[in-house]
Each structure stands twice: as C-alpha cells, then as structure tokens.
Design a protein around this ligand. Structure first.
Ligand code: R5P
Length: 328
C-alpha cells in the first residue's frame, strides 16, 4: 500500500497479488516502493478459493495481479474472486493486471460452433467488478475492444529489443515473423533495428488439432543473416522449433527467438534444445520453473514496465509513452 498526496487529496495505491507468481508481485512492489497488501488466500477441501484482505480498501485504487500460468483456470478464478472481494470492500477503482492473459489465443472463430474465449474472460472480469485491464502483448491488439472500459495494452518489445540489439550484427539482421498474421508486429520490430529487412514463415495449422503446426517455407532473404524471430508466446515450441529449422535450412547464420510469454509446456524445452537455436529470450510474465529452463534461455523482467504502467495509471500519467522507454 502506498500513500500519495495530490494537493490536499490523499490517494492510496494498493497492489494485491494472488498466488500464481509471487516473485513478480514482489519485484513490482519493490519497484513501486510499496508493500503488497497482506492477504489471506486458501483453498477449501473441495477446491473452492477463499480470499480476505487484511486492511480497509475503501477509496483505494487497487491493482490486482495474477499471472495466468498453469493451472490457469484456478488462477483466473482466484483473480475473479479477488476482484469481487475488492468491489464489495468499496475500492475506488479496480485494475486487473494480467501480464499474460489466459485464453486470449481464442480471439476469433476459425470454424462453426467454437467459443471466443478472449471475450468471455473480459466479460467475466467486467461482471466481477473490474474497472480497467492491464496486460502485456495480447494475442491480437483488437482484443482490447472486448472490454467496455480502458485496457492498457503494454508491449514487451522495448525490453526484448534493447537486449537483442546487443546480441546481433545490426547490419546483417532480419526480423522474422513466424506466420503471416504477425507481420505488422514484425514491422514494428524491424523499425527498432534501424529499418532492417523482414521475412516470414509460411505456416499452416490443422484447425481441429491444438498445438499442431505444419511449417512451410521462408518468404524473404535470410541467407547468411542473423535472424530474430518474434512471437507473442511459446507454448509447446512447435511453431518456433519448426521456424528455426526452416531458417537454418534456408541458409540463416544464426537464429535468436524472442517471445513475450514463455509458457514452455512440454516438450518445448526438448524441442528448443534440439533445433540449435542460438538463444531464446522470453520475459517473466509467467513463472518459469527450473525444469523448463535451459542454458541458452534468457528471461528478462517485466517488473519495471508493470511498475511504471501502474504508477502512470495511478498518477493519471501517460502509459503510451512507455513504448519508447529505453530504461525498461
Ligand atoms: C500462434 O498464433 C501463437 O502466436 C504461437 O505461435 C503459438 O500459439 C505457439 O504455440 P506452440 O509453441 O505450441 O507452437
């Protein structure tokens, strides 16, 4: 909890966290120079979740952090229950902070009789009492429109590119989109590398089999180049390992993979180790357990980005300006 005075108006910034990613919560609180709100959370014998906040929240601006890692349904439910408790405790505003938004991959129907779970998740948070949502690298930007209120869509791109710029030959780099759908994002990345060339992988998917990808061919010139693949997430690693393989087959000199969300479900670790990728760079939007880690995996922190965004929302400052922040 942190107190701030604005003229004669006393405002309270409160950060509360569920149990999914305690390290990230602690890192954000440290950056904000506040302590996390003391909270009691436990499971009943049948799995129901109980939440109790130890201090009054009346009139406070509360930020509720939960990372939608496995078991995702539990953490989504826990965050909903925290929001409900905050609403009933008369918090002045409730911002749902989900560094990785679970279910956001399903943001449109590819086929008849399918859900649009990204919309459902936002509807659930709205029903629970959320006033605003903060997230990093949503699966697609238009998901912002699924919530009828402000959505702070943050980008890990400055964090990832600031790091990767030091690992490649800037005169020989090509940004690679792992599929045609992400070319717009890859264009933004290419601008960060001084307007370098782009390539993309022509990829097809079996819409009836989750996580099954057929990698096609490379479109663009990658021969002798340092390739940087950018994706929003790595789940089982099929997309990325396939892309790395086809880039090497086409003549790439090195391949660095950058993805915001390191879900790294099995067998991602094995696939990424086998494909000879130069380096895999992800962020800590999700906790990455010891078993998922490997030597050439680098994990960068989003705590400074989230702390700055929370501060900007609380102080009514600019969140947009964070996209050009070189100190993240
Ligand atoms: C696809 O649209 C996503 O951006 C990722 O490329 C994909 O979901 C990653 O999944 P996996 O690692 O299982 O191939």
């Amino acid at each position: 909890m942190g107190s701030h005075f604005h003229g004669n108006v006393h405002k309270e910034l409160v950060l509360v966290s569920g149990r999914s990613h305690p390290q990230l919560a602690a890192d954000i609180a440290k950056k904000l120079r506040i302590s996390l709100l003391e909270t009691s959370i436990y499971d009943f014998a049948n799995g129901e979740i109980y939440v109790h906040f130890k201090e009054s929240l009346r009139g406070c601006d509360v930020f509720v952090l939960e990372s939608h890692t496995e078991p995702m349904n539990k953490w989504v439910m826990e965050q909903l229950i925290m929001v409900d408790a905050l609403k009933r405790a008369s918090a002045k505003s409730i911002t749902v902070v989900c560094p990785f938004l679970g279910y956001s991959r399903q943001d449109k129907k590819h086929n008849g009789r399918e859900p649009i779970s990204a919309r459902l998740i936002f509807d659930l948070f709205a029903a629970a009492g959320a006033d605003r949502i903060m997230s990093i690298d949503l699966h697609s930007a238009q998901i912002q429109g699924f919530f009828d209120g402000p959505v702070d869509h943050l980008y890990a791109m400055p964090i990832l590119t600031n790091y990767i710029k030091r690992r490649v030959d800037i005169n020989d780099v090509v940004v690679v989109s792992p599929d045609a759908g992400r070319i717009r994002v890859a264009e933004n990345w290419a601008e960060r590398f001084g307007g370098c060339p782009l390539a993309f992988i022509h990829k097809t998917r079996d819409i009836f089999r989750p996580n099954v990808v057929k990698v096609g061919r490379v479109v663009g010139d990658v021969i002798g180049k340092d390739c940087v693949i950018t994706d929003d997430l790595i789940d089982t690693g099929g997309t990325i390992a396939g892309a790395v393989k086809v880039l090497y087959e086409t003549g790439a000199k090195s391949v660095i993979v950058a993805a915001t969300h390191g879900i790294l479900s099995a067998p991602a670790r094995e696939r990424l180790l086998e494909c000879n990728v130069t380096e895999v760079v992800v962020t800590n939007t999700l906790p990455i357990s010891q078993e998922k880690q490997f030597e050439n995996l680098t994990v960068l922190s989003v705590a400074p980005l989230l702390a700055k965004a929370i501060e900007a929302v609380f102080e009514a400052g600019s969140v947009t300006s964070l996209i050009d922040d070189t100190n993240l």
